[in-house]
Design a protein around this ligand. Structure first.
Ligand code: PMP
Length: 394
């Protein structure tokens, strides 16, 4: 029997996905301008970006990036541990640690790599890794990379998590959860999870990709908002490509955690450090996110406005008070048609379908930003009203 050709098999899998109308489409954006983007020659009002504070095009980080690139070039030249760790990285790490109330912070090139690296460094083969079913894919992948015994509890079900921890009381255990769930927008029951971990001797890790910058009085995220400290949540991971409008990620915690990650996190060790100019731009974005609390207030105002309007229209809102405001449609084809109809009206709202979300839970993932205005939210509500989603079978 000849071996099957791998690329032919991949092509067949892609064709199958197309057949099921689940093909993911790549779109090239030719221009961005505040809440608007241009694609295929059309200007669209976007409700897709994770630029929650409207910092991605702010002149401050843009100038900081240019200035640092003029001074030190584009690439870092190597991994952090070789000769890629520049003063821009060190300064940003210091500020991130201080902002999140932790001893130290460590930069990673992406959030995906941070989660892979942390879980792999912390857990040994066969050790228990308990995770919320709706955690981001990279947290789940981290457990696979570590060869951990992965147990996934039903979304936000602390009792189920407790049973999973009690089912394997020998050895180390990590409980990892998103702070804000990326496709639902709700916030994890952090206080309950923290007390569960304390009583079971498990280590709690929170991925606050969608909470940092948005939640907490000073934008320090979901952990601060829940009045928890480093003692309750020893491992904090957050990304820099969302509310901060830049790119990359960091892990924050004790000196022991960070020193250990520098030694053992493979996705930290074996990869090129982020461009130092990007670290400088991010530093400027962090300062803006902390100082300009009006961005958080404006975002909250827009969230309230959207939820009030959507509720009056009977739209299938989900229980979220964050910038992620999905409308649950159910059927993939209906979600896709709704997204296309919105695009025809000049609005960009993506349909999220399985396997990114569970079967039968396709949705429109609407994200709001401080770059939006009241009139933009009203335009979205008007367009949604005309789609007659109110009685969508879920
Ligand atoms: N965690 C969560 C919860 C996310 O939503 C994302 C990105 N969508 C990541 C991690 C990965 O971050 P990055 O895009 O920086 O790789």
């Amino acid at each position: 029997m000849p071996r099957p050709d791998l690329i032919e098999r991949l092509a067949a899998q892609t064709a199958e996905r197309a057949q099921a109308q689940l093909l993911r489409r790549l779109r090239t954006i030719t221009q961005t301008d505040g809440a608007f983007i241009e694609s295929d020659g059309r200007r669209l009002l976007s409700f897709c970006s994770n630029d929650y504070l409207g910092l991605a095009q702010h002149p401050g980080p843009v100038a900081a990036l240019k200035q640092a690139a003029d001074a030190s070039g584009v690439g870092s030249g190597s991994a952090h541990l070789i000769c890629g760790h520049r003063r821009e990285h060190a300064a940003l790490e210091e500020t991130l640690a201080e902002w999140t109330g932790r001893e130290r912070a460590l930069l990673f090139s992406t959030g995906y790599m941070a989660n892979l690296g942390v879980v792999q460094a912390l857990l040994e083969r066969g050790e228990l890794c308990v995770q919320d079913k709706l955690n981001h894919a990279c947290l789940l992948d981290g457990a696979q990379l570590a060869g951990a015994a992965l147990k996934r509890y039903p979304h936000a079900d602390v009792e189920a998590a407790s049973r999973q921890l009690q089912g394997q009381t020998e050895g180390c255990a990590l409980l990892a959860t998103d702070g804000v769930f990326s496709m639902d927008g709700d916030i994890a029951p952090l206080r309950e999870l923290a007390s569960l971990c304390a009583s079971e001797g498990a280590t709690l890790m929170v991925d606050d990709a969608h909470g940092l910058g948005v939640l907490g009085d000073d934008g320090a995220g979901s952990i601060t908002e829940a009045r928890l400290s480093e003692r309750d949540v020893p491992v904090l991971m957050a990304t820099l490509g969302k509310a901060l409008g830049c790119s990359g990620a960091f892990v924050a915690g004790s000196a022991a955690l960070i020193d250990g990650l520098i030694q053992f996190a493979r996705t930290y060790i074996y990869t090129t450090a982020m461009p130092p100019a990007l670290a400088a731009a991010t530093h400027c974005a962090v300062n803006l996110a902390r100082q300009e609390s009006w961005r958080r207030e404006k975002l909250q105002h827009l969230i309230q406005r959207f939820r009030r309007g959507a509720s009056e229209l009977g739209l299938p809102l989900m229980p979220s008070r964050t910038a992620i405001q999905p409308l649950l449609i159910g059927d993939s084809q209906r979600a896709l048609e709704a997204s296309r109809a919105l695009e025809a009206k000049g609005l960009l709202v993506v349909a999220i379908r399985p396997p990114t979300v569970p079967q039968g839970q396709a949705r429109l993932r609407i994200t709001l930003s401080a770059a939006h205005e009241d009139a933009h939210v009203d335009q979205l509500l008007q367009a949604l009203q005309s789609l007659r989603l109110a009685h969508a079978p879920v």
